[in-house]
Design a protein around this ligand. Structure first.
Ligand code: FRU
Length: 434
């Protein structure tokens, strides 16, 4: 049983992602993923685009299995919709699999109109010890609003169950929906305070600390930087880039009861969006990962669409950027937008990284250029399905790409992965294996 001590009050300063660290960003061999091609077998769904994806997990973070099935939840939109419009209509669906390779569409997790928000963005999902399913999600905009707005609140839907029968698996409601976190305007910026490009208060991720038994919710936020502040030497343009990794603690361990705490990391003057933060604990170290885009770095920093990470000796520890700069995994220079929204999870002595197949075959086009192509071309160049799962090695503050598994492959801890061939003193397969 986890111990539910009250979480410490906070007051701890966030670790900073500094410009000096981010200025060193480079596509070295250790961080570049192999080129992604469309899947050879059926994509996860012909009916919907699939992007941000997360696992149904147990409280201890392990992949949940129910009667032999594992379950993923994904943001989805109709497959004939222009990919750039998908965020405006996102719906959370679930898919289940008996082998971690072939996924079946279980349909939307929530009944029509039941969830908060005009649409629902990324989150996480807990199968609690008593069999209750909690789905954390971002309520984007307002259900009854006539116009599309970008306000974000963090919500939970609790009370669901997982049922199985001869036909497969169902996540069954009814769910109780509740808004659990809103920005306080002091540690976490409200939308009205935002001076930046893309405001954020989203992507809740449930985490039980294995060292302490305490329960946390990580999320993506922005640190308020009042006008006239001397942050970034008073440079107002840089101050507008103020991404943070936020955290809330549950004083009781109750998965619906949360209090905001100070951010774990912030990137004032460095980057606006530290997306989908999550933690993998290995060898007593806390690997804190998040995704970010090339276009959300502050002026003067050349970054990439990539998975970034920090490491510390405790959840509230003094985070150091992995690989000196923070970059863990990125797309090749000739396919810079092929994957996004990475989600890392442990497997034996490796860390596996799931993501979605984004834009490919761009021949040097920028994402802005893509928006001006004919609709069929925009659809043809968008993967909209699960990407090959990447394999990372790690050692202290270093990580390296070892190779990839098939598209959408989610192995259980007990499943052996194909061997890697040695290259120098590191091993690497730049090919694909199951
Ligand atoms: C990452 C992301 C998430 C957000 C979702 C909206 O791909 O920006 O932060 O929840 O997409 O579609």
């Amino acid at each position: 049983m986890p111990i539910y001590e009250p979480a410490p009050d906070g007051g701890e300063a966030a670790a900073a992602w500094t410009r000096a660290q981010a200025e060193g960003l480079a596509r070295s061999d250790d961080v570049v993923a192999p080129v992604v091609y469309p899947p050879e077998s059926e994509p996860v769904s012909d009916d919907v685009h699939v992007w941000d994806t997360w696992l149904l997990r147990n409280r201890d973070g392990s992949v949940a299995t129910v009667d032999g099935y594992r379950v993923i939840l994904s943001l989805t939109a109709p497959a004939d919709m222009l990919p750039g419009k998908r965020h405006d209509v996102a719906t959370i669906r679930y898919f289940y699999s008996a082998d971690g390779t072939q996924w079946h569409d279980g349909g939307p997790v929530f009944e029509d109109g039941a969830a908060f928000g005009a649409r629902q963005w990324a989150g996480s999902a807990l199968l609690d010890d008593d069999g209750t399913v909690y789905v954390y999600y971002t309520a984007a905009g307002h259900r009854d609003a006539e116009e599309l707005t970008y306000e974000q609140r963090i919500a939970v839907a609790g009370g669901g169950r997982v049922e199985t029968d001869a036909d497969g698996l169902r996540i069954a409601g009814p769910f109780d929906h509740e808004v659990i976190l809103e920005p306080d305007g002091e540690r976490y910026e409200r939308e009205a305070q935002s001076r930046g490009m893309i405001y954020t208060f989203r992507d809740p991720w449930f985490f039980e600390d294995p060292e302490t038994g305490r329960t946390y919710l990580l999320f993506e936020g922005n640190t308020p930087v009042p006008e006239g502040s001397d942050a970034c030497g008073g440079d107002a343009e840089r101050q507008a880039f103020n991404g943070s990794i936020g955290v809330a603690a549950s004083p009781t361990g109750d998965p619906t009861d949360w209090e905001l705490r100070p951010p774990l990391v912030d990137a004032v003057g460095v980057n606006q969006e530290l997306e989908r933060p999550h933690v993998v604990v290995r060898d007593g170290r806390y690997y804190l990962f998040f995704s970010s885009h090339d276009h959300t770095f502050a002026p003067g920093i050349d970054g990439f669409d990539g998975l970034y990470g920090f490491v510390a000796d405790s959840l509230r520890g003094d985070y150091r950027p992995l690989n000196d700069t923070g970059l863990v995994l990125t797309n090749p220079g000739n396919a810079p937008y092929q994957a996004y929204s990475w989600m890392a999870f442990p497997h034996g002595d490796e860390i596996l990284v799931q993501s979605f197949f984004n834009y490919y075959d761009l021949g040097g086009l920028s994402l802005d250029d893509v928006g001006h192509l004919a609709p069929e071309e925009q659809l043809r160049k968008f993967g909209g399905t699960l990407a090959p799962t990447a394999r990372l090695g790690y050692d202290g503050d270093r990580t390296w790409v070892r190779g990839t598994l098939a598209h959408g492959r989610i192995p259980l801890g007990s499943e052996e992965l194909p061997p890697l061939s040695p290259v120098g003193d590191r091993e690497s397969t730049r090919g694909y294996g199951r």
